[in-house]
Design a protein around this ligand. Sequence first.
Ligand code: 13P
Length: 238
Amino acid sequence: MKHKIFAANWKMYKTPQQTQEFFKKFLSYDLKGDIFFFPPALCLSSALDETKNSNIQIGIQNIYTKAEGAFTGENSARTAQEMGCSTVLVGHSERRTLFHESEILSEKLQYAQSLGLKVVFCVGETLEQRENNQTEKILTEQLQSGLRKAQAQNLIVAYEPVWAIGTGKTATSQQAEEAHRFISQWLEKNNFQNVPILYGGSVKPENAPELISQPHISGFLVGGASLDPESFKKICSV
Ligand code: 13P
Protein backbone atom coordinates (compact mmCIF):
# COMPACT_ATOMS: atom_id res chain seq x y z
CA MET A 1 0.00 0.00 0.00
CA LYS A 2 1.42 3.36 -1.09
CA HIS A 3 2.17 5.95 1.62
CA LYS A 4 0.39 9.01 0.25
CA ILE A 5 1.13 12.68 0.84
CA PHE A 6 -1.29 15.50 0.08
CA ALA A 7 -0.16 19.12 0.23
CA ALA A 8 -2.20 22.28 -0.27
CA ASN A 9 -0.45 25.40 -1.53
CA TRP A 10 -2.82 28.28 -0.92
CA LYS A 11 -0.48 30.83 -2.58
CA MET A 12 -1.78 34.35 -1.78
CA TYR A 13 -5.38 33.26 -1.19
CA LYS A 14 -7.48 33.38 2.00
CA THR A 15 -7.63 35.69 5.00
CA PRO A 16 -7.31 34.53 8.64
CA GLN A 17 -11.11 34.39 8.91
CA GLN A 18 -11.41 32.35 5.71
CA THR A 19 -8.65 30.07 7.05
CA GLN A 20 -10.70 29.41 10.21
CA GLU A 21 -13.83 28.73 8.18
CA PHE A 22 -11.95 26.31 5.91
CA PHE A 23 -10.56 24.24 8.79
CA LYS A 24 -13.87 24.13 10.70
CA LYS A 25 -15.23 22.23 7.70
CA PHE A 26 -12.11 20.31 6.66
CA LEU A 27 -11.49 18.90 10.14
CA SER A 28 -14.94 17.36 10.20
CA TYR A 29 -13.77 14.84 7.57
CA ASP A 30 -12.06 11.59 8.51
CA LEU A 31 -8.91 11.53 6.36
CA LYS A 32 -5.83 9.32 6.23
CA GLY A 33 -2.36 9.95 4.80
CA ASP A 34 0.03 12.82 5.46
CA ILE A 35 -1.66 16.16 4.87
CA PHE A 36 0.21 19.46 4.65
CA PHE A 37 -1.07 23.01 4.23
CA PHE A 38 0.95 26.01 3.08
CA PRO A 39 -1.23 29.03 3.87
CA PRO A 40 -0.06 32.62 3.29
CA ALA A 41 2.38 33.68 6.05
CA LEU A 42 -0.18 36.10 7.52
CA CYS A 43 -2.64 33.20 8.00
CA LEU A 44 -0.17 30.83 9.70
CA SER A 45 -1.35 31.66 13.22
CA SER A 46 -4.97 30.96 12.32
CA ALA A 47 -4.05 27.71 10.54
CA LEU A 48 -1.86 26.54 13.43
CA ASP A 49 -4.55 27.36 16.00
CA GLU A 50 -7.27 25.59 14.07
CA THR A 51 -5.24 22.42 13.42
CA LYS A 52 -3.45 22.06 16.76
CA ASN A 53 -5.44 18.95 17.80
CA SER A 54 -5.09 17.23 14.42
CA ASN A 55 -2.40 15.39 12.43
CA ILE A 56 -2.32 18.11 9.81
CA GLN A 57 1.07 19.72 9.29
CA ILE A 58 1.41 23.40 8.55
CA GLY A 59 4.24 24.82 6.44
CA ILE A 60 5.44 28.20 5.26
CA GLN A 61 5.51 29.11 1.54
CA ASN A 62 8.79 31.01 1.61
CA ILE A 63 11.71 31.67 3.95
CA TYR A 64 14.94 33.63 3.86
CA THR A 65 18.35 32.05 4.39
CA LYS A 66 19.03 33.61 7.81
CA ALA A 67 17.46 33.36 11.27
CA GLU A 68 17.16 37.14 11.66
CA GLY A 69 18.61 40.41 10.43
CA ALA A 70 17.98 43.50 8.35
CA PHE A 71 15.95 41.78 5.62
CA THR A 72 12.79 43.86 5.32
CA GLY A 73 9.77 41.86 4.28
CA GLU A 74 11.34 38.39 4.54
CA ASN A 75 10.17 35.43 6.66
CA SER A 76 12.41 33.71 9.19
CA ALA A 77 12.31 29.90 9.15
CA ARG A 78 13.30 29.89 12.82
CA THR A 79 10.27 32.03 13.69
CA ALA A 80 7.99 29.81 11.58
CA GLN A 81 9.38 26.78 13.40
CA GLU A 82 8.84 28.36 16.81
CA MET A 83 5.23 29.08 15.82
CA GLY A 84 4.74 25.39 15.02
CA CYS A 85 5.46 25.04 11.30
CA SER A 86 7.10 21.75 10.31
CA THR A 87 7.78 22.36 6.64
CA VAL A 88 8.97 24.86 4.05
CA LEU A 89 8.18 25.15 0.34
CA VAL A 90 11.30 25.90 -1.76
CA GLY A 91 11.67 26.43 -5.51
CA HIS A 92 8.04 26.93 -6.52
CA SER A 93 7.88 28.08 -10.14
CA GLU A 94 6.16 31.31 -9.06
CA ARG A 95 9.18 32.10 -6.85
CA ARG A 96 11.55 31.16 -9.68
CA THR A 97 9.72 33.24 -12.30
CA LEU A 98 8.19 36.23 -10.48
CA PHE A 99 10.92 36.67 -7.88
CA HIS A 100 13.89 35.46 -9.97
CA GLU A 101 15.00 32.86 -7.44
CA SER A 102 17.51 30.26 -8.59
CA GLU A 103 20.93 30.21 -6.90
CA ILE A 104 19.45 31.10 -3.51
CA LEU A 105 17.21 28.02 -3.50
CA SER A 106 19.89 25.57 -2.36
CA GLU A 107 20.75 27.91 0.52
CA LYS A 108 17.13 28.21 1.59
CA LEU A 109 16.80 24.44 1.45
CA GLN A 110 19.99 23.83 3.39
CA TYR A 111 19.06 26.37 6.04
CA ALA A 112 15.57 24.91 6.54
CA GLN A 113 16.98 21.38 6.81
CA SER A 114 19.67 22.53 9.26
CA LEU A 115 16.83 23.54 11.61
CA GLY A 116 15.23 20.12 11.21
CA LEU A 117 12.41 21.41 9.03
CA LYS A 118 11.05 19.34 6.16
CA VAL A 119 11.36 20.79 2.67
CA VAL A 120 9.08 20.37 -0.32
CA PHE A 121 11.40 21.25 -3.23
CA CYS A 122 9.63 22.03 -6.52
CA VAL A 123 10.93 21.47 -10.05
CA GLY A 124 9.31 21.63 -13.48
CA GLU A 125 9.76 22.69 -17.08
CA THR A 126 7.94 25.36 -19.12
CA LEU A 127 5.87 24.52 -22.20
CA GLU A 128 8.59 25.84 -24.48
CA GLN A 129 11.19 23.66 -22.79
CA ARG A 130 8.92 20.59 -23.09
CA GLU A 131 8.27 21.30 -26.77
CA ASN A 132 12.00 21.59 -27.37
CA ASN A 133 12.57 18.20 -25.73
CA GLN A 134 14.43 19.81 -22.85
CA THR A 135 12.32 18.45 -19.99
CA GLU A 136 14.97 16.03 -18.69
CA LYS A 137 17.76 18.55 -19.10
CA ILE A 138 15.83 21.21 -17.14
CA LEU A 139 14.82 18.79 -14.40
CA THR A 140 18.44 17.65 -14.07
CA GLU A 141 19.69 21.24 -13.81
CA GLN A 142 17.08 22.19 -11.22
CA LEU A 143 17.74 19.07 -9.13
CA GLN A 144 21.52 19.42 -9.37
CA SER A 145 21.51 23.06 -8.40
CA GLY A 146 18.74 23.03 -5.78
CA LEU A 147 19.76 19.82 -4.01
CA ARG A 148 23.52 20.37 -3.98
CA LYS A 149 23.53 20.96 -0.20
CA ALA A 150 20.48 18.86 0.67
CA GLN A 151 19.98 15.74 2.77
CA ALA A 152 17.61 12.96 1.78
CA GLN A 153 16.05 12.98 5.20
CA ASN A 154 13.18 15.46 5.51
CA LEU A 155 13.09 15.98 1.76
CA ILE A 156 10.07 15.77 -0.54
CA VAL A 157 10.31 16.68 -4.24
CA ALA A 158 7.34 18.09 -6.17
CA TYR A 159 7.20 17.85 -9.97
CA GLU A 160 5.12 20.78 -11.20
CA PRO A 161 5.24 21.36 -14.97
CA VAL A 162 4.89 25.14 -15.30
CA TRP A 163 2.45 24.78 -18.20
CA ALA A 164 0.05 22.81 -16.00
CA ILE A 165 -0.01 25.23 -13.05
CA GLY A 166 -3.29 27.12 -12.76
CA THR A 167 -4.08 26.48 -16.43
CA GLY A 168 -6.56 23.63 -16.10
CA LYS A 169 -4.17 21.70 -18.36
CA THR A 170 -3.00 18.68 -16.37
CA ALA A 171 -0.12 16.52 -17.52
CA THR A 172 -1.48 13.18 -18.67
CA SER A 173 -0.79 10.42 -16.20
CA GLN A 174 1.76 9.06 -18.69
CA GLN A 175 3.60 12.39 -19.00
CA ALA A 176 3.60 12.79 -15.22
CA GLU A 177 4.78 9.22 -14.61
CA GLU A 178 7.64 9.60 -17.12
CA ALA A 179 8.89 12.74 -15.40
CA HIS A 180 8.47 11.18 -11.94
CA ARG A 181 10.39 8.07 -13.02
CA PHE A 182 13.18 10.26 -14.35
CA ILE A 183 13.33 12.30 -11.12
CA SER A 184 13.23 9.14 -9.02
CA GLN A 185 16.18 7.64 -10.95
CA TRP A 186 18.15 10.88 -10.62
CA LEU A 187 17.50 10.96 -6.86
CA GLU A 188 18.60 7.37 -6.36
CA LYS A 189 21.72 7.83 -8.46
CA ASN A 190 22.65 10.83 -6.34
CA ASN A 191 22.13 9.11 -2.99
CA PHE A 192 18.75 10.53 -2.14
CA GLN A 193 16.96 7.33 -1.16
CA ASN A 194 13.23 7.04 -0.42
CA VAL A 195 12.34 10.62 -1.30
CA PRO A 196 8.61 10.97 -2.06
CA ILE A 197 7.72 12.77 -5.32
CA LEU A 198 4.47 14.75 -5.50
CA TYR A 199 2.75 15.83 -8.70
CA GLY A 200 1.37 19.39 -8.98
CA GLY A 201 -0.44 21.24 -11.76
CA SER A 202 -4.22 21.43 -12.12
CA VAL A 203 -4.86 18.43 -9.86
CA LYS A 204 -8.61 18.02 -9.38
CA PRO A 205 -10.87 15.38 -7.79
CA GLU A 206 -11.54 14.12 -11.34
CA ASN A 207 -7.92 13.48 -12.42
CA ALA A 208 -6.42 12.57 -9.01
CA PRO A 209 -7.36 8.82 -9.02
CA GLU A 210 -5.57 8.09 -12.30
CA LEU A 211 -2.51 10.15 -11.40
CA ILE A 212 -2.10 8.49 -7.97
CA SER A 213 -2.27 5.04 -9.56
CA GLN A 214 1.07 5.69 -11.29
CA PRO A 215 3.95 3.88 -9.55
CA HIS A 216 6.24 6.89 -9.05
CA ILE A 217 3.58 9.40 -7.92
CA SER A 218 3.48 9.55 -4.10
CA GLY A 219 0.90 12.31 -3.76
CA PHE A 220 -0.01 15.82 -4.81
CA LEU A 221 0.82 19.48 -4.35
CA VAL A 222 -2.48 21.22 -5.05
CA GLY A 223 -3.19 24.89 -5.69
CA GLY A 224 -6.68 25.96 -6.82
CA ALA A 225 -8.52 22.77 -5.87
CA SER A 226 -7.19 22.95 -2.30
CA LEU A 227 -9.02 26.20 -1.56
CA ASP A 228 -12.36 24.44 -1.24
CA PRO A 229 -12.58 21.93 1.67
CA GLU A 230 -14.87 19.54 -0.19
CA SER A 231 -12.73 19.36 -3.30
CA PHE A 232 -9.44 18.97 -1.37
CA LYS A 233 -11.09 16.28 0.78
CA LYS A 234 -11.93 14.34 -2.39
CA ILE A 235 -8.31 14.59 -3.55
CA CYS A 236 -7.04 13.43 -0.13
CA SER A 237 -9.40 10.44 -0.29
CA VAL A 238 -7.97 8.83 -3.45
P1 13P B 1 -2.88 24.50 -9.43
O1 13P B 1 -3.31 23.24 -8.71
O2 13P B 1 -3.81 25.66 -9.17
O3 13P B 1 -2.59 24.26 -10.86
O4 13P B 1 -1.48 24.94 -8.74
C1 13P B 1 -0.47 24.02 -8.62
C2 13P B 1 0.59 24.60 -7.77
O5 13P B 1 1.28 25.52 -8.17
C3 13P B 1 0.80 24.04 -6.42
O6 13P B 1 1.99 24.48 -5.86
